[in-house]
Design a protein around this ligand. Structure first.
Ligand SMILES: Nc1nc2c(c(=O)[nH]1)N[C@H]1C(S)=C(S)[C@@H](COP(=O)(O)O)O[C@H]1N2
Ligand SMILES: [Mo]
Length: 245
């Protein structure tokens, strides 16, 4: 195992990442089950970021429907609807643009069914996501020569993410409007989140509001705290699925 990253892991309220964290999560299972119905109800009725009201981070380990856990780095996130949601595309592009939810819905939609994998160990198998490929939005904007990366920002006012331009152009990277064949719920980053299928789920920024084309990679929120910028599932953050020789 490599050295653990310096910051808290994306999902655990301050426990070191890695094998020790997984064991801790297993140990907390019974307490989590007992508390789950109330906390989960709070999340789903939209009372806000349960995890942030719980400094132990325990509620961050509770299931939030179908194996997902709810995460937000802020204590509350404004709600956006089709009336007031906006996504801007700017930076090193010829044609900066602002999309409404309806204008995103009007573009060709791609559906992917892949496993969701959080870096702390939980996984939701074969989860359908649907939306516009990021590459289509980049092509529409006209990426300028010299551009190397993308910075993503969120209307929670705090989270950010990054991809190289090459990663951003992959066909399995979506600006997602739907998950599990439903409109993306607020708690899952709706109305629009990023979905980076081949990488750990922290790359999939919720409440997406900005796509800025840049000349270099600027590490995102968790990446500033030690998580890998290239977050390929199974071969980053100290995991190595390569066969030993
Ligand atoms: N804006 C924002 N996006 C985010 C996060 C966050 O805290 N804020 N957490 C990340 C992490 S660590 C995970 S595992 C997933 C969780 O998504 P979910 O809440 O839909 O399960 O969102 C990712 N995107
Ligand atoms: Mo995560």
């Amino acid at each position: 195992m490599n050295n653990p990253p310096p910051g808290p892991p994306p999902d655990s309220g301050g426990t070191p990442v890695g094998r020790r964290l997984v064991l801790t999560m297993l140990g907390l299972g019974a307490a989590g089950v007992a508390a789950a119905p109330v906390l989960q109800g709070a999340v789903e009725s939209g009372l806000g970021a349960v995890a942030d009201k719980d400094p132990t981070g325990l509620s961050g380990l509770l299931p939030n429907g179908g194996g997902f856990r709810y995460y937000s780095v802020t204590s509350s996130v404004p709600r956006k609807t089709s009336a007031d949601y906006r996504l801007t595309v700017d930076g090193l592009v010829d044609r900066p643009a602002t999309y409404t939810l309806d204008s995103l819905k009007a573009l060709p939609q791609t559906r992917l069914v892949r496993d969701v994998q959080c870096v702390t160990g939980w996984r939701v198998p074969e989860t359908p996501f649907e939306g516009v490929t990021l590459s289509a939005l980049l092509d529409a904007a006209g990426v300028r020569s010299g551009a190397k990366a993308i910075r993503f920002t969120c209307f929670d006012g705090a989270y950010s993410e990054s991809l190289t331009l090459e990663q951003a152009r992959r066909p399995d990277v979506l600006v997602a409007l739907r998950m599990q064949d439903k409109a993306l719920a607020h708690s899952h980053g709706g109305p629009v989140r990023l979905y980076v299928a081949p990488m750990y789920f922290y790359k999939s920024a919720k409440w997406l509001s900005g796509i800025t084309v840049t000349d270099s990679v600027r590490p995102g929120y968790w990446e500033e705290l030690g998580y890998d910028v290239d977050a390929w599932v199974g071969r980053s953050n100290g995991r190595d699925d390569a066969p030993t020789v």
